[in-house]
Write a protein that binds this ligand. Structure first.
Ligand SMILES: O=C(O)CCC(=O)C(=O)O
Ligand SMILES: [Fe+2]
Length: 293
């Protein structure tokens, strides 16, 4: 079975709808060769210094290299790529804030065996999110071509809703610069590498703003570097409230303001309620409650 591909001119809403139905979507040629060359050059010293995995799941012939926002200026552009952010925001449109969850170059080296199929949302301590509640949205950028031989990611299309038995297994073969989107529920895993070259993917994932991030963005990117970054990127990294009341600093200071040395206050539920109908209803319910003090 071949997986569906979209051109990079596709509408993010269309990509997100496909992702919702099948658990994945591949978009071809989102970044050009020059950007991939730059990212590879920026990352290579860190890739070479990364250890192989510690178990079969990590991959004993697989190197994982993180902290890409701090280490690789080009990765910052991938994190904030408009097509990706548009698709992620549409797919996770049910929450107040979306945040960066992890950044990791996954280098699958020759001789690596196939990774066990899994669902990424298991990372949330196996919490049983409902079939219709998506907690994350993942991307895998092809830093090298992804082929069946070199370990292109396996996807069981349509397996997000637990009815995985009998579904065909296909690999996300794609050219360098293309992006595989997949949700937190779809069964997937890295392929075996029977080729002579390394398969490299840039795994950049996003989650709803109210969960803990897989990669700790506040420590992976030290404040000296964070202060040099754009506000939009910082908000995506978590320097904003993940929902009202989540993530303020000290005396209810907004986290981005705190990083910049200001004391501007974070939003309260009252402020959120001004533009959010659900919050408004919640505030009204509290107001009507017999338990009001
Ligand atoms: O490298 C890949 O193709 C997928 C890796 C993966 O799914 C994971 O490590 O969670
Ligand atoms: Fe995974």
């Amino acid at each position: 079975m071949a997986l569906s591909h979209f051109p990079s001119t596709a509408d993010p809403a269309e990509i997100s709808d496909h992702l919702r139905r099948f658990g994945y979507a591949i978009v071809d040629d989102v970044a050009d060769g020059a950007a991939m060359d730059r990212l590879e050059a920026e990352a290579m010293p860190f890739i070479e210094a990364s250890d192989p995995g510690r178990d079969e799941y990590d991959g004993r012939f697989t190197r994982r290299t993180g902290a890409l926002v701090a280490r690789c200026p080009t990765a910052r552009r991938l994190v904030m790529d408009p097509l990706v952010v548009g698709t992620v925001s549409h797919f996770l449109g049910h929450v107040s804030a979306v945040q960066l969850h992890l950044t990791q170059i996954i280098s699958v080296e020759p001789g690596e065996t196939r990774q066990k199929l899994h669902r990424d949302e298991m990372a949330f301590d196996f919490f049983p999110f409902g079939a219709d509640y998506h907690v994350q949205c993942n991307t895998m950028w092809a830093l090298t071509d992804f082929t069946a031989e070199n370990g292109a990611t396996h996807i069981l299309a349509g397996s997000s809703d637990d009815e995985a038995i009998g579904l065909p297994d296909a690999q996300a073969e794609m050219r360098r610069g293309s992006v595989l989107f997949y949700d937190g529920k779809v069964l997937h895993g890295a392929g075996a590498n029977s080729s002579g070259g390394v398969r490299r993917g840039v795994n950049i994932t996003y989650a709803v703003g109210w969960v803990r991030q897989e990669e700790n963005q506040y420590l992976a990117c030290p404040p000296e570097i964070a202060r040099t970054l754009d506000d939009d990127l910082l908000r995506m990294m978590g320097y904003t409230q993940g929902a009202f009341a989540l993530g303020y600093v000290g005396d209810q200071i907004d986290p981005l303001a705190a990083l910049r040395g200001s004391t501007a206050k974070a939003k309260t539920i009252g402020a959120v309620a001004e533009f959010n109908a659900d919050a408004r209803e919640f505030v009204t319910d509290i107001g009507d409650s017999e338990y009001r003090g």
